[in-house]
Design a binder for this molecule. Structure first.
Ligand SMILES: Cc1cc2nc3c(=O)[nH]c(=O)nc-3n(C[C@H](O)[C@H](O)[C@H](O)COP(=O)(O)O)c2cc1C
Length: 304
């Protein structure tokens, strides 16, 4: 038994360490579980891929393009729909002693509410990550998360539909993220996760394809926005955006993240989360640190 306690609490969910996959980059864990050296019970949480009320085939190919220091994805939330997810995917994830956070995406307010009601009845679900970056089809296809009032309407309605901890995932594609973060916390968000991908485009054989940029290219944007939000709200933040090293994690702690999610880096090295958990524990042992608060105190003292 290690003398280091890497545990953190995020909006009422106890995690054994602060490292988890970012939604959409880890499937629902099944493919990763088959990789030698991968142990899903070692992760802080299992975060599902984007789940919607109805099944979605997603967008036509190409859906992914590598860029300088990152990638653009245009997946379009391909998934089997929440009912099939609960029946066919969740039982596999529930066999590990790791909290399951279901990423909920919707295109109308009612879709978010229906999904929250359904997932509220499922005992293996530890919490919901509400992805408000999706376009609001009843509101001119403007993403829910780009307006404080609309974002608050969604989270208020979801809050009434479930007692599960709510982690609200913010989009960076806004002029000022602070009022949006404050608005969702005011109506009951228990935690914030950020950032989702940054709006971007690539050209495929003369066609312009719009998607979301992720990877090391967006890390400075994530640090800047998390720094702003962490000073404005009083709930924990799960930070993400280009993390692939222990130093990246420390940088996210420095700006106020309480936990981190690893996305694009999983495509380069599917064992990167395992390596980072190991490195974090070794770092604590080497420096005589007993817990994450002590790690943060050391980093903030300039000794990261
Ligand atoms: C291929 C791909 C699929 C994604 N799908 C989702 C999704 O379904 N729901 C969601 O909230 N975020 C989704 N994201 C965003 C990531 O969870 C994460 O916020 C973003 O990629 C930044 O982290 P990273 O730079 O470590 O990848 C996706 C990202 C990628 C690259």
């Amino acid at each position: 038994m290690s003398s280091v306690n890497l545990g953190v609490e995020i909006g009422g969910i106890r995690l054994k360490n602060p490292i988890m996959p970012a939604s959409g980059t880890f499937g629902n864990g099944e493919e990763f579980a088959g990789i030698q050296g991968m142990d899903l019970s070692a992760l802080g949480a299992l975060v599902t891929k984007g789940t919607t009320l109805e099944p979605r085939a997603g967008n036509p190919q190409p859906r992914i393009r590598e860029t300088a220091s990152g990638m653009i994805n245009f997946i379009g939330l391909a998934n089997p729909g929440v009912k099939a997810f609960i029946e066919e995917k969740l039982p596999f994830m529930a066999q590990f002693e790791t909290p399951i956070i279901v990423n909920v995406s919707g295109f109308t307010l009612n879709e978010y509410v229906r999904m929250a009601e359904l997932l509220d009845q499922v005992p293996s679900v530890a919490g919901l990550e509400i992805n408000i970056s999706c376009p609001n089809v009843e509101g001119g296809r403007i993403p829910f998360g780009s307006d404080a009032q609309i974002a608050a309407n969604v989270i208020r309605a979801v809050r009434r539909a479930t007692k599960l901890p709510l982690i609200v995932k913010l989009t960076p594609n806004v002029t000022d993220i602070v009022p949006i973060a404050k608005a969702v916390v005011d109506v009951g968000a228990n935690a914030i996760s950020m950032i989702n991908t940054v709006r971007a485009a690539f050209i495929d054989r003369g066609k312009i394809i719009q998607g979301g940029l992720s990877g090391p290219a967006i890390k400075p944007i994530a640090l800047c926005l998390i720094n702003q939000v962490s000073q404005a709200v009083n709930v924990p933040i799960i930070g993400m955006g280009g993390i692939s090293t222990l130093q990246d994690i420390f940088d996210f702690f420095q700006v106020g993240a309480s936990a981190v999610a690893i996305g694009t880096a999983n495509f380069k090295n599917p064992l990167v989360m395992m390596a980072l958990i190991d490195q974090l524990e070794k770092y604590c042992l080497e420096h005589g640190l007993a817990n994450i608060d002590q790690v943060k105190a050391r980093i903030k003292g300039g000794k990261g």
